[in-house]
Design a protein around this ligand. Structure first.
Ligand SMILES: Cc1cc2nc3c(=O)[nH]c(=O)nc-3n(C[C@H](O)[C@H](O)[C@H](O)COP(=O)(O)OP(=O)(O)OC[C@H]3O[C@@H](n4cnc5c(N)ncnc54)[C@H](O)[C@@H]3O)c2cc1C
Length: 395
């Protein structure tokens, strides 16, 4: 039984890792396309203070955060320590005490079901600034000790290496090469082979690779892959531009994630790096340029919240396409109308939190096991786009 995984973002890499760890024969293919979400994602893991109000989605979101406690040691056993993962805590900041009161109540209500949130504390302006020195002095905070951050690139690469450690084959474009030449690796792109209502494998650079199951975890490129099968996956790209800053001479490793009102945020990594995110641009299509307006928006928001970053050096800008579906619930599971096809998509702005767990759930489906979480609400073909056929006639 061979499974092919198309896409080695956080979702496909996790699926491949869990399959290989279970002893399955697995090949994972990635084309290193420009705009892949995992390579641009900020890496905040703190679902408990989010505005998520769909209980089914919220459960997946929090289970995803909880799953890191299993994943990190399991990857370490496979020799993978370099994930950029750290429980730094997270601070919801505001100058308005009533905002903070609301968040504190929400966090405390949710805490009973999520002990991994750790301690919740209300911080004075001075206490908040002592944890994140560039912060505006007028901002108080609610601190959630279990908040964490992870580096999406390093995590996905570690998952792929761990999959290889357990015997997986890796095909497609070489990430380092693609990055070095500043172009994407379309030559590493796979296409599906189908016959009747069954997927039989993929074509990669003219070579046919047979498989019993194919997991399509191709992010915003999945609709194009699935269209020849008559499936119209309702996934659209939402562009996110994000800026990396260096704050010379500062020990940033333990700085908490900063969540101000609105959708912008700050987080820090070990190497004097502060990440300021991010735009949410649903109308940009597949345009992966860094724009003047995007940079201005991200930097203005960052400096409003943390004026102490004004002298930081801009060291990198990244652009990624969040795979966004019509509902907050992702698309996860077997495509019932096409035998052998499993789809993972729609992780939108929460994929670095949910992706590792979701990949494990997809691996369970491929292995014929009951997934640890009921995937019925995430049926990948539950939402039909205009023109979609329920039972596609395949070539
Ligand atoms: C700016 C930004 C900030 C974010 N911040 C956070 C955050 O703080 N916390 C959080 O939880 N989430 C965050 N996210 C969301 C998260 O990054 C995404 O939800 C997640 O990375 C999606 O993963 P994926 O594997 O589904 O897709 P992707 O990472 O896009 O992976 C899809 C992969 O498929 C490959 N591919 C596509 N077609 C083919 C083909 N035909 N053949 C071979 N390979 C193919 C691509 O090269 C790509 O590597 C953020 C996203 C962005 C853009």
């Amino acid at each position: 039984m061979r499974t092919i995984v198309i896409g080695a973002g956080v979702l496909g890499a996790s699926a491949a890792y869990h399959l290989a760890r279970a002893g399955a024969q697995v090949t994972v293919i990635d084309a290193c396309l420009d705009g892949r979400a995992t390579a641009a994602g900020a890496g905040i893991i703190c679902p408990w203070v989010s505005g998520a109000d769909d209980p089914v989605f919220y459960r997946l979101y929090t289970e995803g955060a909880r799953y890191y406690a299993d994943l990190v040691p399991a990857l370490a056993e496979a020799g993978q320590h370099d994930l950029g993962f750290r429980r730094t805590g997270a601070m919801v900041v505001s100058a308005d005490p009533s905002d903070l009161g609301f968040i504190e109540r929400l966090a405390r209500e949710r805490q009973a079901a999520a002990p991994e949130m750790g301690a919740i504390s209300r911080l004075t302006q001075r206490e908040a600034q002592s944890l994140f020195p560039p912060l505006r002095a007028e901002l108080g905070a609610v601190h959630v000790a279990g908040g964490a951050r992870v580096d999406g690139r390093r995590l996905a690469a570690a998952l792929v290496r761990a999959a290889q450690h357990h015997g997986a084959e890796v095909r497609g474009a070489d990430v380092r090469e693609a990055e070095a030449r500043g172009a994407d690796g379309r030559d590493g792109a796979a296409a599906l082979i189908a016959s009747g209502d069954r997927v039989e494998g993929v074509v990669l650079g003219g070579e046919r690779l047979a498989a019993d199951r194919v997991i399509v975890a191709a992010g915003v490129w999945a609709p194009a892959l699935l269209r020849p099968l008559g499936l119209e996956l309702p996934i659209r790209p939402q562009r996110g531009q994000i800026v990396h800053l260096r704050v010379a001479g500062q020990q940033t490793r333990d700085w908490p994630v900063i969540l101000p009102p609105g959708s912008h945020y700050l987080l820090a990594f070990d190497d004097q790096r502060v990440v300021a995110g991010a735009t949410r641009e649903p109308g940009a299509g597949f345009d992966c340029r860094v724009t003047a307006a995007g940079l201005a928006e991200v930097l203005a928001n960052a400096l409003e919240v943390a004026p102490g970053l004004a002298e930081a050096e801009v060291i990198e800008t990244r652009v990624g396409f969040r795979p966004v579906g019509p509902e907050v619930r992702p698309l996860l599971g077997a495509a019932r109308s096409v035998a052998g096809l499993i789809i993972g998509n729609g992780l939108a702005a929460a994929g670095l939190t949910i992706g590792p767990l979701a990949g494990r759930l997809l691996a369970d489906v491929a292995l014929g096991r009951a997934p640890a979480l009921d995937l019925a609400p995430f049926d990948p073909l539950r939402v039909t786009a205009p023109g979609q056929r329920a039972m596609p006639a395949l070539p």
